[in-house]
Design a protein around this ligand. Structure first.
Ligand SMILES: C[S@@+](CC[C@H](N)C(=O)[O-])C[C@H]1O[C@@H](n2cnc3c(N)ncnc32)[C@H](O)[C@@H]1O
Length: 664
């Protein structure tokens, strides 16, 4: 039974699981917990002599720390070997004798196994033990249990945390298994980010290796937690003793924990409840304290963790629903797209249609044109002077419309040239002008602005040739060509634009790029609606272009070296690449952009850009990260090159624009 309704959220975080102890009566375990309101169980798969409890908690430095409590004898079910361990089978018979290490697959239906059970691998295993027998036993058991899980088509398995600080052999075995997995995701319980990091590096960042976080009562700093949102966290295990008690005696969570759970929901991370009930309730059943009135008979049937589940459901349901725009963009989250090439290619009708829905963008342009018109022509001259305004790159006409509305709003007279090089968009422009009766005001020019011979000079040049990284759709090169027909004191809207960049952890995007198995894709910048990522340091400005630019030595080549410092309490991080944005000053105080700290609200024309790194860069806590980026210009193309030089050096990406470039 999902946690409830939350408008727009159809992600896995609607489902809540519960960690169960060993019990060979799987149908009973499942029915109790599913009838008790949980969607799935995290249950031990194998028969194991030893049972260990693993607790994780966050230490002062913000890392996760594992505490192992005592080893406890588990009363094995009657029909199996109580002391079963693989090494007890003598070597000669090992290959031929198969002792039962798990119950039958027939006890549940295939769909029950795959939809409702996450396997929990025996927690005693220690694949890096100094004890040869324990190590070998551990390896056999791990492989046996994972093979069984795969046979059952479970969606995931929860592996125990590595025991010590070294996890080389454990990672080697998991990596071997991952190479052969096709239908299951291995979820790794971690003690600290460092340990997790070395584990996944040893497993070559395998895309089916995920992580389950333990949430205990003390939490590390926000920056330290933030790192995990760029990692493949699949589940968060919330222990019952993490809950505090509300005024009515029900379990609830601290404000910080509530916020953390909201973020887990937002990032589609599933909650798993674990532990024994620690709240003694005398009546009622609502964790949120609402007026439910179950009687005692019902109480007796209730799942022992029901009040905790109700509380998690309550938090889920009280989450702010996603705004309409976000819901519309769900399908674009973390989906890599090649940037448009509006200069080299002709945009399609559908693309124009999407642009034109973004009313916020045109409102900003209208405000900018209004201010420029008022500055250019005084009220006294308004009825006698006509302003020549050229929309360069007019598309299907929305900036023409915004400019005419600005003229009407300010009482200024306008003569408009609409210059567009896409002949298909020009067709629509003609019908728009006719439809709106603008024939006496608007002249359509079907030409590339760089070679148009204008019959007169413009007072105002309006353009929107901006990409997610500002200059990446070649606005500088196009406007260099158009400035020939701007009066010396003329105004360009936009008057400048600046790109911004910041390092990010995003294992999802890194793995998606890696899937292509070639250099080209690691040397390409992508447009992407960033979602599962950790922004590691505030963004910094990269390249600025100002218009008009009449400087005789002007060049559109650029180079920038940036030094990023991660906040002290973040801990070590991994950088998979750089997220890029832009901000444009249209006119004076009117701007538009997507840089997160100043982004124009509710504008959706641009997603950020992502510059990947061929190999993720590990940045130790306190170390700076040095990044270089070049904007290079040739006769037929413009491209970026980028690299990291500290703490380690990466290769220079996209040398000579060999993989990714924008055609002139
Ligand atoms: C990003 S679209 C913007 C279209 C429109 N202004 C809008 O806001 O919907 C850029 C437009 O500029 C046109 N364009 C790009 N470079 C151009 C050039 N050198 N000369 C003329 N048009 C150009 C493209 O064909 C495209 O229609």
């Amino acid at each position: 039974m999902p946690l409830g309704d939350n408008l727009g959220d159809k992600s896995d975080s609607r489902y809540c699981g519960v960690e169960t102890e060993f019990n060979d009566d799987m149908p009973h375990v499942l029915s109790c917990n599913v009838n008790g309101g949980f969607d799935f169980v995290v249950a031990p798969l194998g028969f194991s002599k030893l049972k260990m409890f693993a607790f994780t908690k966050f230490d002062k430095t913000g890392c996760l720390l594992i505490h192992y409590l005592d080893v406890e004898k588990l009363q094995a079910a009657e029909h199996m070997e109580p002391g079963y361990r693989p090494s007890l089978i003598d070597k000669a018979s090992r290959d031929s004798t198969v002792l039962p290490f798990a119950g039958s697959d027939l006890v549940l239906s295939p769909s029950q196994w795959s939809s409702h059970v996450v396997g929990k691998i025996s927690s005693w295993i220690d694949l890096d033990s100094e004890d040869d027998i324990l190590r070998v036993d551990s390896e056999i058991t791990l492989k046996q249990e994972l093979a069984w899980a795969s046979h059952l088509s479970l969606q995931a398995c929860l592996l125990p945390t590595p025991k010590g600080t070294s996890c080389g052999n454990y990672a080697r075995c998991v990596n071997q298994i991952l190479q052969n997995l096709n239908n299951m995701q291995a979820v790794e319980l971690t003690d600290s980010w460092e340990l997790w990091n070395s584990f996944r590096v040893l497993c070559e960042h395998h895309s089916q290796l995920s992580i389950a976080l333990d949430v205990l009562s003390s939490l590390p700093s926000a920056n330290s937690i933030g790192r995990w949102f760029g990692e493949p966290v699949k589940a968060a295990i919330v222990h019952t003793d993490t809950f505090i008690t509300n005024a009515r005696g029900y379990p609830c969570l601290s404000k910080r924990h509530q916020n953390l759970l909201s973020r887990f929901f937002y990032y589609s991370i599933q909650i798993v409840l674990s532990g024994k009930p620690v709240h003694k309730l005398s009546g009622g059943n609502s964790a949120a304290g609402a007026d439910h009135s179950d009687n005692y008979a019902q109480q007796a049937q209730r799942h022992p963790l029901r009040s905790y589940l109700d509380y998690v459901g309550y938090l889920y349901q009280k989450m702010e629903p996603l705004p309409e725009q976000e819901r519309f963009e769900l399908g674009y989250r973390d989906f890599l797209q090649s940037p448009l090439q509006p200069l080299m290619d002709n945009l399609e009708a559908q693309t124009y249609e999407t642009f034109e829905k973004d009313s916020v963008k045109y409102i900003q342009y209208q405000r900018a044109v209004s201010k420029a018109l008022v500055d250019r022509i005084s009220d006294e001259n308004a009825s006698t002077t006509t302003v020549v305004l050229m929309v360069v790159g007019a598309g299907r006409g929305p900036l023409v419309r915004a400019s005419l509305q600005a003229a009407e709003e300010t009482g200024r007279k306008l003569k408009v040239y609409a210059v567009e090089k896409n002949p298909n968009a020009v067709v629509t422009l003609h019908s728009l002008v006719k439809l709106e009766g603008w024939e006496n005001v608007v002249t359509i020019i079907s030409s590339d602005m760089r070679c148009w011979d204008a019959p007169e000079k413009a007072d105002i040049l309006v353009s929107e040739l901006l990409g997610s990284f500002g200059d990446n759709e070649l606005s500088p090169e196009c406007l260099d060509g158009a400035e020939r027909f701007l009066k010396p004191d003329g105004i360009s809207i936009p008057s400048s634009y600046t790109s911004f960049i910041q390092p990010v952890t995003t294992s999802k995007l890194y793995n998606d790029v890696k899937l292509h198995k070639d250099l080209l894709h690691f040397e390409t910048a992508y447009v992407v609606k960033l979602h599962r990522l950790a922004r590691l340091s505030p963004s910094q400005s990269v390249f600025t272009f100002t218009h008009p630019n009449y400087s005789p030595n002007r060049s559109n080549q650029r180079y920038k070296k940036l030094r990023f410092e991660m906040p002290n309490d973040t801990g070590s991080t991994i950088v998979h690449g750089f997220a890029g944005y832009f901000d444009a000053i249209l006119y004076k105080d009117v701007h538009l952009g997507i840089e997160p700290s100043t982004a124009t609200p509710n504008m959706f024309s641009w997603f950020p850009i992502f510059f990947p790194l061929r190999s993720p860069v590990y940045v130790k806590a306190g170390s700076p990260l040095e990044f270089h980026i070049w904007r290079c210009c040739g006769n037929t193309k413009v491209w970026y090159e980028w690299c990291v030089t500290s703490p380690t050096s990466s290769p220079i990406h996209n040398s000579n624009g060999r993989s990714y470039w924008v055609g002139l």
